[in-house]
Design a protein around this ligand. Structure first.
Ligand code: G4P
Length: 535
């Protein structure tokens, strides 16, 4: 390798951090994102991201919205610079938009920030996303938000994370008071107290007063009971003795915890600084030829998300590629692993919110958007040099199931073509009844939005109007060991058997309880919430 390129890649990796935020709706993800961008100088006044969100919320018809905006109801990539580092924030789609893209985005991330509302603690969507992070062994940084409002005891929140997620916690900073009596946080790294000043929604970077732990003013600044409570907490924390162990953080076994209030900007800078010091840089990735380091001189990356433009006037589609190795350059030609084709990457885009900006080069840890003339599917690898295939992106247990019907026999061909193409694109998972006489596809999704997208696109792009019959299941489990393993256990109750698009057996259950019952009754049956990967 030329030493120049080697040095260039090394520097790029050293100065890159990439992460996604996992949270439950309303925990403050939009607010935190905005504040991070504010600190990164990517926006000058908070409100920009928020305004877009409000605009989006205001419309009940997201399809119409999508048409107006052209692109991006789901994730975008936000890039900003902070302390000489290039930070890539992969925006996971939230609530109403919850879909498989939310999971897939985590496949492209090197770190996750788990955002928790101090009053609510862990919530369902956060738990689900945590499971994906755990599977990928992603380092998780926890930000406990909304300290300016009444909330739960900090120790109780840490305990919940430890008990329920099995993650060791290390509080990097510690709150003093909460709600109306929130006074600030103690930064354990610097041994300094950052005093909280209420600012009106914090549209600018927060000015903060920092005092040493030994400063006699503290006793005056804090009311007596808070002061003693704080001293007790500190003793308890120090007594607990755990150290911030970077290795454990990088293995996804320990989470550094921060307390703050995104709305008022409080604690955001402290968080960013520590995050930069401890977050994982773009690293090696598992492929068919072993682990490949990011400084490998040839370009390679994989598709983690496809996005179709809903606007019929601009029917382009964008494939989002996570750059894994080498340097990406505009107009370069690459090999497409699955088809063996050679492709010219001529219109690369970097996406800052909804504005598309053309880019000339990108490095490991970056995400680029490429026009997708139907070549790319989720999980595809593109590469130069020796043939590389990255580990695919698994399908996660869908929670919504519906039979899709085509009431118009003359549209038979278009219907099947559409269903099969949308499946390939990863818009939805498709399953079929194990009963050969039932040919209608079963759509399996993690979010309602996916159904709407499929029906809308079948109509717009394939001219087929469809009917959807919801099925009463909410849990899917792949049978490890395939049909043979399933036959061995004999008849099962409270479940139906279907097959996925690769013909593998999947059991559908009405609820978790039924699933556990079947597992309990048949210990020899091994079930998985994630589809086995095929290389
Ligand atoms: P999301 O993207 O995770 O769904 O959450 P978002 O940022 O939209 O925040 C949800 C609500 O929580 C917003 O209030 C937001 O202002 C508020 N919020 C976020 N961070 C904090 C915080 O640190 N402290 C307090 N007190 N509130 C916070 P909203 O009423 O829905 O919107 P708005 O009236 O503020 O626009």
């Amino acid at each position: 390798m030329s030493t120049d390129l080697e040095a260039e890649l090394q520097t790029a990796v050293e100065h890159r951090r990439n992460f996604a935020i996992i949270s439950h709706p309303d925990a403050g993800k939009t607010t935190l994102t905005e504040k991070l961008l504010l600190y990164g100088g990517a926006i000058h006044e908070a409100g920009a991201v928020k305004a877009r969100r409000a605009q989006r919320k205001a419309t009940s018809d997201w399809m119409a919205m999508e048409q107006q905006r052209g692109i991006s109801i789901t994730s975008t990539v936000l890039q900003f610079e902070y302390r000489h580092c290039q930070i890539n924030l992969l925006d996971t789609p939230g609530h109403q938009d919850f879909s498989e893209d939310t999971y897939r985005t985590l496949a492209a991330a090197d770190n996750a920030v788990m955002l928790i509302d101090a009053a609510k603690g862990l919530e369902p969507q956060t738990r689900k996303l945590f499971e994906v992070c755990k599977l990928r062994k992603l380092p998780i940084f926890t930000f406990v938000n909304k300290l300016d409002r009444p909330g739960r005891e900090p120790l109780e929140l840490l305990d919940e994370i430890e008990q329920e997620l099995g993650l060791q916690t290390y509080a990097v900073n510690w709150p003093i008071g909460i709600g109306d009596r929130f006074k600030g946080v103690f930064d354990r790294r610097e041994q300094k107290i950052h005093l909280f000043e209420r600012s009106a929604h914090g549209s600018r970077e927060a000015a903060s007063t920092v005092v040493d732990l030994g400063d006699p003013r503290i006793e005056e600044l804090l009311e007596e009971d808070l002061y003693y409570q704080f001293k007790d907490d500190l003793e308890l924390l120090e007594g607990a003795g755990s150290e911030l162990n970077t290795d454990l953080v990088h293995q996804g076994k320990m989470t550094p915890v921060f307390f703050g209030s995104a709305m008022t900007n409080f604690g955001v800078e402290l968080f960013l600084n520590t995050f930069l010091d401890y977050a994982l840089k773009p690293g090696s990735r598992v492929s068919n030829i072993g682990e490949i380091p990011p400084t490998y001189p040839e370009f390679s990356g994989f598709v983690f998300k496809l996005q179709a433009n809903m606007d019929p006037k601009h029917r382009d589609r964008v494939a989002f590629i996570r750059v894994c190795t080498g340097k990406f350059e505009k107009d370069m030609t690459v090999n497409h692993s699955r088809s063996g084709k050679i492709i010219r990457l001529s219109r690369p885009q970097k996406l800052f919110a909804q504005d598309r900006e053309s880019i000339d080069y990108a490095y490991p840890g970056d995400v680029i958007g490429l026009n997708n003339p139907g070549v790319f599917a989720i999980g595809d690898t593109i590469y130069n040099g020796q043939k590389i295939e990255y580990e695919g992106i698994p399908s996660f247990s869908p929670e919504l199931f519906a039979t899709l019907r085509n009431p118009n026999p003359s549209k038979f061909k278009q219907f099947h073509k559409g269903v099969s193409e949308l499946r390939e694109e990863g818009a939805v998972q498709i399953m079929y009844s194990a009963d050969e006489t039932k040919r209608e596809p079963i759509l399996a999704a993690v979010g309602q939005l996916q159904f709407e997208v499929v029906q809308f696109r079948l109509m717009q792009e394939y001219g087929v109007e469809t009917l959807l019959d919801l099925l009463p299941y909410s849990v899917a489990r792949w049978v490890t060991g395939g049909w043979e393993a399933l036959e061995k256990v004999g008849r099962l109750f409270n479940t139906v058997t279907v097959k996925d698009s690769l013909g593998r057996p999947v059991l559908l259950f009405r609820n978790e309880w039924n699933c556990q019952q079947v597992e309990g009754d048949n210990p020899e049956l091994k079930l998985s919430a994630i589809a086995p990967l095929t290389f």
